[in-house]
Unconditional design. Structure first.
Lengths: 353, 353
DNA sequence: GCGGGCAGCCAAAACGATTCGAGCTTGAGT
DNA sequence: ACTCAAGCTCGAATCGTTTTGGCTGCCCGC
């Protein structure tokens, strides 16, 4: 007897919280159905009533509860993107592109950073499932784990960007660049400068993009019969890895005259190593990188790099995702965007060719 | 007559969707209350039943719907942070710090980028309100707009980080550094090198942090009677602004021998301008910046900068927010963290003092 | 033999929105 | 005069959870 009214009264006196649609209805003496209809324009509402409702909304600072809304509609108007490293401006730019595109379609996007670890990505994906996001774009960590990701996400649609997983799982949608082609072009540029001893610092070849870049490099060198195993290195994808491999390359008996790095952070590492060893770039050693970044023109020398259209990749991924969510699916489920070789100061003809 | 069964059947045949707690209950022949109790450990459940439930959860790939959960609990376990520029690694690092700290307490955080515009920030805050986040940390755009932000957010707790708004609104919680002190120390370092003609490129003085940095600079120069109005500039906070002001400073009749930039992007702009004008840094002109960033050691010269503990700022903001949400409020509602002068290569004694 | 506490389970009422169907007026068409 | 549609409004069901209070046995101590 006593506990019941007690709990009642405590509930009554809880802090005022947010206004609900019911409060608005009460304020104008209407039903909540009418208020809902007025706010969403889904049914007839008299002009007078509409005005009163809008006034009350203003006065009460009413804002619909998206939790309730999403629960009822089974749609949250929320997307997500997970990238391997947010502090890498290449991925940050992909995220921005996606945000910009999807904001126009009134979606909000959650962004996650897997730090190249599947375990972290999995945690994030599980969170997304619990929140019932409408779709996610993955720049997967490590080797993809596509089937495990699909398992975690259930029926939530996925688009892959930049990287894509091994063939263990058929991937419905993907957007990125032709890595083999881009790497081949870049290598051929070095060849055209007169280089013959060209090294590559590639990413782990378990990732398909790294494998393709290596492939493109090899194709170009095989063309002129100048491929040498000792010039092929696999680094971790970070700066330290790039630096370590560059040092090993440059301190061997017959060092290369040019180094091609398969992503942007490793390029920075290589540059650091070159400076540390006191070699002159580009006079003694040419450096060519992948994945341009915004402030690359501030470095001395300014780095020559293969630019991926990061922003466009993000925007396209967002578009593809929304298209499949809203079921105006395009059948072109895979998009290849063009790269661009940004020629700057870090490559020059070799001293003795 | 015909429409009703039709709609029924279409609803039946809708895509299978996600498993619910009801599905789990049905699968093990229990009630949903029991399943809930088992999963949350909130009530007695026999070991046998618990095992069956866990098996079913596994088998059905059941994951609780956080929308429903948040609706019922009136708590979403979600925080948010909004910063003026995500591509600035200083803010990115604050975000990381906050994420790391709050992840340990099982919160997830939404991150927003206002691009220095209150209008964009407002949109984001409104979205946060609709989603009923539990709290938000602001690194406010522009002049703060604290009272407007409070209006938009209603009863949702706010913590300010780095910047804080004008006194138009009492701010409950803030974490940052002593800007005046840091700027004064930096300026005094330049003085100690022998500089007397020291310029500052400050941010818009409507923001309080910019005003304080300017104040610290002035205090140091007034101490030796070396303050000159023509050496005081206000830039936009971006690279272009820094470059423009630096060019104006360096091309005047009696140029300064040292420039102090009040944030990191303007420092980059100034560096670019210096290189463009063909001046040697640090031999002809010394450059000192604010807000260190990760790759500043890659630039030549390596920049001497005032380092703010970005990561710690983010972590502290997260802690303060969680503390007020979970109502174990500490009364120390404002935290000042120490800065550090990172002496590198961009400052040297002036040619002719 | 009986009151009472405990272990284990459940039905029902929230949480805050949308939507379906139906009710009630009016005005126009026949 | 009767029907029908359009305009406006509302009640109730629903989305998937948590939580409260109650119910049932059962064992324990007296």
């Amino acid at each position: 007897m006593s506990p019941k009214p007690a709990s009642r009264s405590t509930r009554r006196t809880r802090r005022p919280q947010h206004a609900t649609i019911r409060d608005v209805a009460r304020a104008v003496g209407a039903s909540i159905s009418t208020v809902s209809a007025a706010l969403n324009g889904t049914d007839y509402v008299s002009a007078a009533m509409r005005a009163k409702i809008e006034a009350a909304v203003q006065q009460l600072q009413y804002r619909p509860n998206d939790l309730a809304r999403g629960l009822r509609l089974r749609r949250t108007h929320t997307l997500a993107i997970v990238v391997p490293d947010l502090s890498n401006s290449f991925y940050a730019e992909i995220v921005r592109g996606m945000k910009d595109y999807t904001a126009a379609a009134n979606y909000t996007v959650l962004v996650g950073d897997s730090r190249e670890r599947w375990a972290e990505e999995k945690l994030f994906l599980e969170m997304l499932h619990r929140r019932r996001v409408d779709g996610v774009v993955r720049v997967p960590a490590g080797d993809g784990n596509a089937s495990q990701a699909a398992q975690v996400l259930g029926t939530i649609p996925v688009v892959y960007a930049d990287r894509y997983p091994e063939a263990d799982h058929p991937v419905a949608a993907w957007v990125g660049v032709d890595n083999a082609r881009a790497a081949m072009d870049a290598t051929q540029y070095l060849i055209s400068l007169g280089h013959r001893r060209i090294a590559i610092i590639s990413g782990p070849t378990t990732t398909r993009t790294a494998a393709e870049r290596l492939e493109g490099y090899q194709r170009a060198l095989r063309g002129i019969g100048a491929m040498h195993k000792e010039y092929i290195r696999n680094g971790e994808l970070d700066m330290a890895g790039g630096a370590r491999q560059a040092i090993e390359l440059l301190t061997q008996a017959k060092p290369p005259t040019a180094i091609f790095c398969a992503n942007n952070t490793m390029t920075l590492g290589a540059l650091e190593a070159i400076q540390q060893l006191g070699r002159a770039c580009p006079r003694e050693i040419s450096l060519l990188g992948f994945d341009d970044f915004a402030w690359s023109t501030l470095l001395r020398p300014r780095l020559t790099m293969v630019r991926q259209p990061a922003r466009e990749i993000g925007m396209t991924a967002g578009r593809m995702l929304i298209d499949t969510i809203e079921e105006r699916t395009r059948n072109r489920a895979t998009q290849t965007l063009p790269t661009q070789l940004m020629v700057r100061d870090s490559c020059a003809p070799p001293l003795r060719p």
